[in-house]
Ligand binder design. Structure first.
Ligand code: SER
Length: 631
């Protein structure tokens, strides 16, 4: 079964269970300030998990492009990619545990015909401190499911200490069985949503266990031990909690957020034991083989996988209609790291780095994915030019930098196995070595880098060259507390007022909203005069005084355009969209496409005040504003 068939089958399976199929959202989040990239299918859907109505209903599914920078160093085991596709389905206060667990198991065993004896599951063991109980409900459902296949499912606690113990259902604590965008219950900010989850693992066979070689060889093997034997293929998250100052509250609705890695499922279906052996990577690996003058993938697993993964990630990020290219900030910095690491690993397998070889691989990747993600071919030129330029830039300094690195290493005494922050900073500043790359190079020689010292050096440098850091900020809402919602509504008022005062060339370029303040970037080339700022404030405050209503309307994208709704139309929208209208009849103040959430009446906002107006980047200004008690 090809990966393409698998993707189709999954979506069709859910469609028959009355799910609407939605397109993959952008890899660069539009309304989510918690991460730089979309790392899971639920991220663009947070407002609906909180109770906003989605125009397509309460059951959705898709295949979502995801990127997880934190997995960069994991490439080379048999299961990790930085960029991958997540098959996902969601219930917004509709079905819950019983349907979800049954359906996913049905998909695996009936649609994909996987052997149920090879499937194992994990559930949340509960945590009294945060007031979330053990997930016995899921355990009962799983017992029932397995028994229908003639399997008496044994339950095991503390598998980390005891091992498999003939079990089928395993309890783990929040380190394994709790999910939210920003991590574990203790670490997440107030207002963040999440919940216990239940994962399904596939047993690839005991012979694949690398347990004997693993750093945990003295601990028993279990489904979550990462030795290579068991692979997680799907995660059902039961999002029913929101973090508060005191602990956790229940959300108004019980949601399901399911995600399963397409590459991993394809690997199992194709009888492989490594995701890079699937049809998804075949053409790329062949190309790398020929570029390297015939070196074999099987003899050079890590460099081949790093190159294949990192160039795929580069292609997907740069090809996402957001104009991201290599730079020293935010998403651009990640692209820079991906490309530079690719070049370094290319050298290890003898790829002639003087030739612009990266575009060759990029073209293969675009060819493989153009049907599913047409935006990649639309951005082909942009990606090719970008990688070429970055390669040329790095090649200029790489040799000298490596020489300098060697010099530093050889100057170290046996007892002094640490690179100072200054040394790492010079490699970064003069030769363009991302700090992570210096760390990796150092590690290969058994050295560490003083990261704290490096950060200090970097900070000092940034303070000296402030202007360079006027980059863009991460977009969106920090959370959905009432105060944050108010400022989100205020951002709509601000955009409408700016257009009234400065003209209709003003468009939103980005926003970042917390419970304390809003930051808003918009297209305009000149500094605002004091009069203009005052006028904008007055317009907004007058609208607030009138206590205008905030009404949400749903319509087709076409209709929204015809009605003159304000939007960044180059963004990808669903064919059915939500438009927020502030005011009514002849008194409509703002009319804007948006996913929400907003408050319902302006009277609650208080008093709007601009704190700062400054340049953000060429042709883009930034306003910082707050809401205070009425003056
Ligand atoms: N959000 C969950 C995850 O990423 C399920 O989709 O695992």
């Amino acid at each position: 079964m090809t990966a393409e068939d698998l993707r189709q089958r999954y979506l069709e399976f859910l469609r028959c269970k009355r799910h609407a199929v939605i397109p993959s959202a952008s890899l660069i989040p539009r309304e989510d300030s918690s991460t730089l990239f979309t790392g899971s299918g639920m991220q663009p859907l947070v407002p609906y998990l909180l109770g906003e109505n989605h125009p397509k209903g309460t059951r959705l599914c898709n295949s979502q492009k995801c990127f997880r920078a934190e997995d960069m160093e994991e490439i080379g085991d048999n299961r990790h990619n930085t960029v991958f596709e997540m098959l996902g389905n969601w219930s917004f206060g509709d079905y819950f545990k019983k349907e979800q667990l049954n359906w996913f198991f049905q998909f695996l065993t009936e649609e994909l015909r996987l052997d149920p004896n090879r499937l194992y599951v994990s559930v949340f063991s509960g945590n009294k401190d945060i007031g979330v109980p053990r997930d016995e409900e899921s355990v009962e459902i799983w017992k029932d499911i397995f028994s229908r296949y003639g399997i008496q499912a044994q339950i095991v606690e503390e598998a980390e200490k005891k091992g498999l113990g003939g079990g089928r259902i395993f309890y783990y604590n929040e380190s394994k069985n709790w999910w939210s965008r920003s991590g574990k219950p203790a670490d997440i900010p107030v207002g963040e949503i999440g919940g216990p989850d239940s994962e399904v693992f596939y047993d690839l066979g005991e012979e694949l266990s690398r347990h004997a070689k693993s750093p945990w060889k003295d601990q028993p093997c279990h489904i979550n031990c990462d030795c290579g034997r068991f692979i997680e293929i799907g995660n059902s998250v039961f999002i029913e909690y929101v973090k508060t100052e005191q602990g956790f509250d229940r959300l108004a609705q019980k949601n399901v957020d399911f995600g399963g890695g397409l590459e991993r499922m394809a690997m199992i279906m194709q009888g492989k034991t490594n995701v890079y052996e699937t049809d998804l990577f075949q053409n790329v690996l062949d190309k790398i083989e020929s570029l390297s003058g015939g070196k074999k993938y099987q003899d050079n697993i890590k460099p081949f996988e790093v190159i294949a993964d990192h160039l795929k990630a580069t292609t997907f990020i740069m090809g996402d209609n957001k104009g991201i290219k290599p730079s020293n900030t935010d998403q651009g910095y990640i692209v820079r790291r991906l490309i530079r690491r690719t070049i370094r690993y290319g050298r290890q397998i003898g790829i002639d780095s003087q030739e612009p070889w990266l575009p060759e691989v990029v073209k293969i990747i675009i060819g493989d994915y153009k049907k599913v993600y047409p935006e990649l071919s639309q951005n082909l030129e942009f990606i090719i030019e970008g990688v070429k330029e970055e390669q040329a830039k790095f090649e200029k300094t790489l040799n000298k930098g490596l020489k300098e690195f060697k010099r530093i290493i050889s100057s170290k005494e046996e007892a002094d196995r640490v690179l100072t922050g200054q040394e790492a900073f010079d490699l970064y500043q003069t030769y363009g070595f991302p700090i992570e790359m210096t760390e990796e190079l150092a590690l290969e020689k058994g050295l560490k880098v003083d990261r704290e010292d490096f950060s200090g050096q970097l900070k000092k440098h940034q303070e000296l060259s402030r202007t360079a850091s006027a980059g863009k900020f991460k977009g969106g809402l920090a959370d959905v507390r009432e105060e944050t919602k108010k400022l989100h509504t205020a951002a709509h008022l601000l955009l409408a007022a700016l257009r009234k005062v400065l003209g209709n060339h003003v468009h939103q370029k980005g926003s970042n909203i917390t419970a304390q303040r809003l930051r808003f970037d918009f297209s305009h080339s000149e500094k605002l005069t004091d009069e203009q700022k005052q006028e904008v404030e007055e317009l907004v405050n007058k609208a607030i005084e009138k206590d205008l209503s905030v009404i949400c309307e749903e319509m087709s994208l076409e209709e929204a355009k015809n009605n003159g709704a304000v939007a960044t139309f180059e963004d990808k929208y669903e064919d059915k969209v939500k438009v927020y209208k502030i005011g009514e009849g002849n008194n409509v103040f703002s009319y804007e496409l948006c996913g929400g959430p907003h408050i319902d009446r302006l009277g609650k906002l208080g008093y709007f005040k601009i704190k700062k107006e400054e340049s953000s980047s060429a042709g883009v200004r930034r306003i910082k504003a707050v809401l205070t008690a009425k003056e």
